[in-house]
Design a protein around this ligand. Structure first.
Ligand code: SF4
Length: 286
């Protein structure tokens, strides 16, 4: 079986940085125990690997008695960050610079009286945190999270409103543009658009789409809870019906390969290289 790997595979810059920061803190072992609030990255295998090294995962700060808390690359609500500091816990903040950029913009837009519209998934940790960066000190700030353009019709945006739009860093560019167009159609007084989609996510999607058009079968390696992995799967599926999302080599099925000559492999931004290598080895023996 021939295999073609995507030019961009394995951890993205932000995840590599976050994992390295957590591992460094674990190695130094000076902080009296380290935990992360939720999984540090959206990949079960990688989280298990870090747990073996000593990184405990906690759902909330209530039960954390001491030591340090790792903030994931998705960022953290300023309210929760303040609560962590209030408890006297140290913070290892691995928020990705691309996410920080979106947070700064959302904060500034809110302060300047803009209605902030975020194109993204309201349940994703990045967006749960981002929403809290829009200040509501005046009680006037408005922030909306929309998954796609179909949600724009119901938003209360008037001709008097100034609107600022930002994107979840892993959004598809087309979805973001569709959302922006739908908002423009509501004719707000002013519309400011900030493309906060990260370069890595955009480039992976572009490469995934090209590769899926070239091969007979596409495997997308990554966590099913990873937004960018799911997005890559959607992009591939649009181009090639025989596209499959696999979390590990164990999910690879022999039946997929019947009559296929060339297999494309791409990974989400939070997939460690050792998982990809195992998947590739499994493909080779089909
Ligand atoms: S996908 Fe982009 S925004 Fe998210 S952690 Fe990686 S580099 Fe940062």
């Amino acid at each position: 079986m021939r295999i073609k790997l995507s030019e961009r595979i394995g951890f993205c810059f932000g995840v590599r940085r976050a994992v390295a920061m957590a591992e460094r803190a674990l190695e130094e072992n000076r902080l009296g125990g380290i935990c992360s609030l939720g999984p540090i990255i959206h990949n079960k295998e990688a989280v298990r690997d870090l747990a073996i090294k000593g990184l405990k995962v906690r759902k909330d700060i209530g039960k954390i008695k001491g030591g340090a808390v790792v903030v994931s690359s998705h960022g953290l609500s300023p309210k929760i960050k303040r609560a962590i500091s209030k408890k006297g816990l140290k913070v290892i903040d691995t928020t990705c610079p691309f996410v920080l950029n979106a947070q700064r913009i959302a904060k500034r837009m809110g302060e300047e009286g803009y209605v902030v519209v975020i194109a993204g998934d309201a349940n994703h940790p990045e967006i749960k945190a981002l929403v809290d960066f829009v200040p509501d000190a005046s009680g006037a700030a408005k922030v909306f999270v929309v998954k796609d353009k179909r949600k724009i019709g119901a938003l209360k945006i008037s001709h008097e409103d100034k609107v600022g739009v930002v994107a979840q860093t892993t959004q598809s560019t087309q979805n973001f543009l569709d959302v922006v167009k739908a908002i423009a159609d509501k004719k707000p007084r002013e519309l400011r658009v900030f493309n906060t989609i990260c370069n890595d996510a955009e480039e992976r999607q572009r490469l995934a789409s090209c590769l899926a058009r070239e091969v007979d079968l596409m495997l997308i390696v990554g966590g099913k809870n990873s937004a960018n992995t799911k997005r890559l799967f959607e992009v591939c599926k649009m181009a090639l019906k025989d596209s499959y999302l696999v979390e590990t080599d164990k999910a690879v099925r022999r039946g997929w390969f019947a009559g296929k000559g060339l297999v494309g492999v791409i990974s989400g931004a939070s997939t460690p290289e050792w998982i990809i290598k195992k998947v590739v080895s499994k493909i080779k023996i089909q």
